[in-house]
Design a protein around this ligand. Structure first.
Ligand code: ADP
Ligand code: MG
Length: 599
């Protein structure tokens, strides 16, 4: 198998057969023996699923919880109904308008909600939902209150049973388009970035992802999908009253998203199907509805934590499958296809009089260090000396209280972490940061900081050719450089500690760094693994990359570093060549002496 084959075989691609089947089903419905009730259910399925897909992207991918979807749903419904009723806008245009209203309000809430996470975000969105519901109830002049708006125009495309079939076509096509968009997001760099934001915002920022921007955009987009669902609902029923948009609706949508399987492609569709099925089953016992919903939700989640899509995946795994692992032959071919040489040019870093304290504890005290371009610069000192703090200041995770950091003579003190990453600062973490939801290869792909042009990327995904091909082959080549290419399709959780360390290193190399910050790269490794990392560091140095490395292992530090700076209690004691540092009395006192005494 050739390199091209293996690289393209690993590519996710648009499941066109399913889209064609969906389209056929929508178009064929008039000829199937269906009654008006089934058509009505199909319509309801279409717009509910749209709202659930939005929630799935928000919660399943970016990890943000919203209990206010009913509010955005209401905005779409009222926005669309009002312009269609009062201004006589054509229904499709009105629906687009209603969706826009939800997007705009969603963006505002999203920007505001950026300050909150998890439970607090859920509470904040719940309040937004309540506020919109109350406005809908009280602003009778516009919304009609609980009496509602009636005679909302419906969609008439002139298909046999005009009103309902026309609407079904419209809603069905909307769902298909939304599903395709969501699938692309799932498979592409967008979904990868959202997953990174969900698992670790610190990591995401360190690979150049503008976390706040992505969170706000996801929130707005998800609000827009709820709005689209609501707008379609308004034009299906021809009536909207404020009672329809209570927290029950928000919870129902959430149940559908969770029960279907968060973060999966088919989850929202399955979840919506289950939700509507439950509604039909318990239509007669309305009063206990929520209780029964809750019970079923809990039951399913205990038995199948990954929801209905998880069950489907288990079934699919039992069918004959295709394992896709690169073979040794293709890997050796890869080596020639992508050259790591000459991609990088080390940068020079100056740390000038930098200080940082944490509420009273002076962690770094007026430290100045000059790191030459292309050097491996060791940062050593006892625990608590301030090494990690200094690394975090260089990476932009912490703001320093005083002093400046310069990259090639340019002041970068005020730059954010993503901006520094884009200037060639890559790092690994003392406590490993890998994204567990994607495989090893995709973890390396996080290193490709620049986003591709979305339209071209989408077209490649759609055609199933060349999608992320260059990135994948480069990522594979880097993994091969580190001797872990055969692990490309494994998930981080399945890897040994040593391999995880190497994987993180591979990701950092993919960033085409000009400076790499390595925080304790061999801590916790056995001698063999440590030697491997040592040789990698030497090879990176040979490529010309500047490296700053924090490490306790003296053998490693003395054999790999060109220069060493010693910190103790936040102060720089000495900086110089390994020979000089080794002989320095203060170092022996403060550091080596101590460790020898305790050894
Ligand atoms: P090292 O990496 O050299 O072991 P650190 O930079 O982690 O040292 O820590 C330096 C000092 O700052 C220690 O006294 C530590 O307790 C303190 N410190 C580190 N991180 C924090 C934090 N997030 N909040 C408060 N104190 C911290
Ligand atoms: Mg540390």
């Amino acid at each position: 198998m050739s390199v091209e084959n293996i690289v393209s075989e690993m590519a996710p691609r648009a499941p066109l057969r399913y889209y064609a089947a969906g389209l056929l089903l929508i178009l064929a419905l008039p000829w199937l023996p269906v009654n008006p009730f089934v058509v009505y259910l199909a319509q309801t399925f279409a717009y509910t699923a749209i709202a659930v897909i939005g929630l799935n992207l928000l919660l399943g991918l970016s990890g943000q919880m919203s209990l206010g979807q009913a509010g955005f749903y209401a905005l779409g419904a009222y926005g669309s109904a009002l312009v269609a009723l009062k201004l006589d806008w054509p229904v499709p245009v009105a629906i687009a308008f209603g969706t826009m209203v939800a997007i705009v309000v969603g963006a505002l809430v999203g920007i505001f909600a950026l300050r909150t996470r998890g439970l607090y975000l859920a509470m904040a969105t719940m309040v937004v939902g309540f506020v919109i519901e109350i406005i809908a109830q009280r602003w009778v002049g516009v919304t009609g209150g609980s009496m509602g708006l009636t005679a909302i125009p419906q969609i008439d495309l002139g298909v046999s049973n005009p009103v309902s079939m026309g609407f079904l076509y419209f809603a069905g096509i909307c769902l298909l388009v939304v599903q395709i968009g969501a699938d692309y997001i799932n498979d592409s760099f967008v979904g990868r970035r959202l997953r990174a934001v969900r698992e670790s915002e610190t990591f995401a920022a360190s690979v150049g992802i503008r976390v706040a921007w992505w969170r706000a955009v996801t929130f707005a987009g998800c609000a827009g999908l709820a709005g689209l669902g609501g707008a379609l609902f308004a034009h299906q029923s021809g009536y909207v009253g404020s009672d329809a948009f209570s927290i029950r609706l928000s919870i129902s949508l959430l149940i559908a998203a969770v029960i279907g399987g968060l973060g999966t492609r088919t989850g929202p569709l399955l979840g919506t199907l289950i939700l509507l099925g439950m509604f039909e089953l318990i239509a007669g016992i309305e009063d206990y509805g929520l209780l029964i919903h809750g019970g079923i939700l809990l039951g399913v989640l205990v038995a199948f934590p990954k929801g209905a899509a998880g069950i489907l995946a288990i079934v699919r795994r039992c069918l004959p499958g295709r394992a896709r692992q690169p073979s040794a032959g293709t890997l050796s071919a890869l080596k020639d296809s992508v050259s790591l040489q000459g991609r990088t040019q080390g940068a020079q870093l100056s740390i000038l009089e930098v200080s940082k304290s944490y509420s009273g504890v002076l962690a770094v005290d007026k430290v100045s260090i000059e790191v030459k371009a292309g050097d491996v610069h060791g940062l050593i000192g006892p625990n608590g000396a301030g090494k990690s703090t200094l690394i975090n200041i260089i990476a932009g995770v912490y703001r320093c209280d005083a002093g400046t950091v310069q990259l090639d003579g340019q002041d970068i003190t005020a730059l954010t972490t993503p901006d520094r990453a884009r200037r060639g600062l890559a790092r690994t973490f003392q406590n490993l940061q890998l994204i567990e939801a994607v495989n090893a290869l995709q973890n390396v792909q996080f290193g490709f900081v620049e986003a591709p042009a979305v339209m071209g990327d989408f077209a490649q995904w759609w055609r199933g050719t060349r999608f992320e091909e260059r990135e994948r082959s480069e990522a594979l080549a880097i993994m091969d450089f580190l001797g872990i290419a055969d692990l490309a399709q494994r998930f981080p959780g399945e890897l040994s500690y040593g391999h995880r360390k190497l994987l993180e290193l591979a990701r950092a190399i993919a960033q085409r760094p000009r400076i790499m910050l390595l925080d304790e790269p061999i801590a916790g490794l056995n001698a063999q693994e440590a030697r491997e990392i040592g040789s990698v560091v030497k090879r990176l140095r040979a490529l010309g990359i500047t490296i700053i490395v924090v490490e306790h292992n003296m053998e490693f530090v003395m054999s790999t570093c060109d220069a060493i700076s010693v910190l103790d209690y936040g102060q720089l004691i000495v900086t110089g060549t390994p020979e000089l540092v080794q002989k320095d009395a203060r170092v022996l006192d403060a550091y080596l002496g101590k460790s020898e005494a305790t050894a």
